[in-house]
Design a protein around this ligand. Structure first.
Ligand code: MG
Length: 160
């Protein structure tokens, strides 16, 4: 039996006018994230972690940010593509651990719902998903509330 680990990291600037979507969950009607798609930095980090675990490139190769098809798209599309890639290589997700680094909003009230959303998207039990949140103690772009950062680590068991 072999195992593969993957990591992903994503940063997005805040865009007050957009809804905030994290881990596929709509957290607020405003205070969202700028950029490509719905700006769901958690799903982008998870997508990169899945791709990274099997050495299959990164999210930007599959979904170029200059491609208008992904403007405002749900980031669930990206996760589903990564799931297809790891499935084609006989990988099963053993666990996913996510850290969100943000000064706002307070994420602890949404933590369980984000775990449940991520578990459903990844089609794995809730017990195999972890979502944590931290701040930077007022330092840097996170401390200045300019944006947020999401990090993800995944472990795969390879059937092949
Ligand atoms: Mg991104």
């Amino acid at each position: 039996m072999t195992f593969r680990v993957g990591q992903g990291l994503d940063v997005h600037a805040f865009d007050q006018a957009r809804p905030l979507v994290l881990a596929g969950l709509r957290i607020g009607d405003s205070g969202g994230l700028a950029g490509h798609s719905d700006g769901d930095a958690v799903l982008h980090a998870v997508t990169d972690a899945l791709l990274g675990a099997v050495g299959a490139g990164d999210i930007g190769e599959y979904f170029p940010s200059n491609d208008p098809r992904w403007d405002g798209a749900s980031s669930e599309v990206f996760v589903n593509e990564a799931l297809s890639v790891i499935d084609a290589r006989y990988g099963d997700i053993l666990n996913v651990d996510v850290t969100i680094i943000a000064s706002r909003p307070r994420l602890s009230p949404h933590r369980q719902a984000m775990i449940e959303s991520l578990a459903a998207l990844l089609r794995i039990p809730v017990a195999q998903v972890s979502v944590k949140a931290t701040t930077t103690d007022h330092l840097g772009f996170v401390g200045r509330e300019e944006g947020l950062c999401a990090m993800a680590v995944v472990l795969l068991e390879m059937r092949g």
